[in-house]
Design a protein around this ligand. Structure first.
Ligand code: COA
Length: 333
């Protein structure tokens, strides 16, 4: 039987640090409001002319490939998760492929918002288990700062999100111990418009640019924060338990839970619901904000680098986000 395992991991965040104090100086917000409601103290923003979605994905991928002991030429396929590509199309995975000199191999763009990396891991796992590919590069990258409305009108959303990228290399293995054990994916389109960006969409009779004269906010992120919050605190524990139950594990068997970094209050609520001690849940939203598809690989990478993920550990990744989408991945490291 062929399984997949993670053999290399890397992350990259742009160097520009945006503190809550800086946001206080450009909009009507406070460090106290942001910290109490989200746990975020700072986030990183890309620098125009230097960082792009694809360049951040490329940097994270280089580290993951090197740590895997491979070269870009060893990679058979790319799965690239983002909702903030450099261009409307083609996706940033193609640009990263070009930058890394991997011409010819297939690229699959995934856009499942904050659950994008879980969907990407699951997709790569299926390709490997089927025998189609041996080494797959999986990337989550987001450049969200240029989508945010940094005025009082957009403050409820702008303070939450940040930029960055993370990547893993997944490889085929016949080792039954150290592998991706299972992945679980869900969605409910009922709530599609509770967290969404309308434009540039095709749901209008003419070019959306023509309408911008009347309304220039249709390209902003709209978030019904309380609805998102209520669903997130139900779906996170549900999908983590689904992963555990499917494999005969109990919450206490988890060595480390790496949740999508949506909001520290959500992570804390999930931790309590699962009955996990603080040292079994990894959070770094304080430093990076919500980096959507990049948040799990950035967090997993920092957890691994700091020794919080060790050989033999049972690691659970879980996400919830726009769509609504949610999912989990259970890994024996
Ligand atoms: N600074 C200061 N005040 C702000 C603010 C900001 N950045 N953004 C909004 N406010 C104000 C609102 O205007 C509102 O003022 P009012 O009472 O005078 O109308 C007040 O703060 C409370 O707003 P509300 O939306 O009720 O706050 P909340 O306690 O629900 O928290 C969120 C808002 C967004 C932090 C919260 O709903 C949340 O965490 N939702 C989940 C978001 C999430 O995780 N998204 C990612 C999913 S992947």
């Amino acid at each position: 039987m062929t399984y997949s395992k993670i053999i290399g991991i890397g992350h990259f965040v742009p160097e520009r640090v945006i503190t809550n104090e800086y946001l206080e100086s450009i909009m009507d917000t406070t460090d106290t409001w942001i910290t109490e409601r989200t746990g975020i103290k700072e986030r990183h923003y890309a620098t125009y002319g230097k960082d792009t979605n694809a360049s951040m994905g490329t940097e994270a991928a280089k580290i993951a490939i090197e740590r895997a002991g491979l070269t870009p030429q060893d990679i058979d396929f790319i799965v690239y998760a983002t909702i903030t590509p450099d261009y409307y199309f083609p996706g940033s995975g193609f640009i990263m492929q070009r930058e890394l000199g991997m011409k010819g191999i297939g690229v699959l763009d995934i856009r499942d918002q904050c659950s994008g990396f879980i969907y990407a891991i699951s997709t790569a796992d299926q390709f490997i288990k089927s025998g189609m590919y041996k080494n797959i590069l999986v990337v989550g990258s987001e450049l969200q700062s240029t989508f945010l409305n940094h005025t009082n009108e957009g403050r409820g959303v702008a303070v939450i999100f940040g930029d960055g990228a993370g990547a893993v290399v997944m490889q085929a293995t016949d080792n039954e111990e150290h592998r991706v054990i299972s992945t679980h994916l869900h969605a409910d389109g009922t709530y599609a418009e509770d967290l969404y960006v309308k434009d540039p969409g095709s749901s209008r009779p003419k070019r959306f640019y023509d309408d911008l004269v009347d309304d220039n906010t249709t390209g902003d992120v709209f978030m019904n924060g309380s609805v998102v919050f209520k669903h997130a605190i139900v779906r996170f524990p549900e999908v983590i338990k689904e992963a555990l139950n499917a494999n005969g594990f109990k919450p206490e068997d988890i060595d480390l839970l790496v949740p999508h970094q949506a909001n520290l209050r959500i992570s804390e609520y999930v931790r309590q619901q699962m009955g996990l001690p603080e040292d079994k849940v990894f959070n770094n939203i304080q430093k990076y904000g919500n980096t959507t598809a990049a948040s799990i690989p950035i967090a997993l990478c920092e957890a691994w680098e700091s020794g919080r993920v060790k050989e033999g550990d049972l690691v659970c990744l879980a996400a919830f986000g726009s769509g609504f989408t949610w999912g989990s991945a259970l890994i024996r490291w």
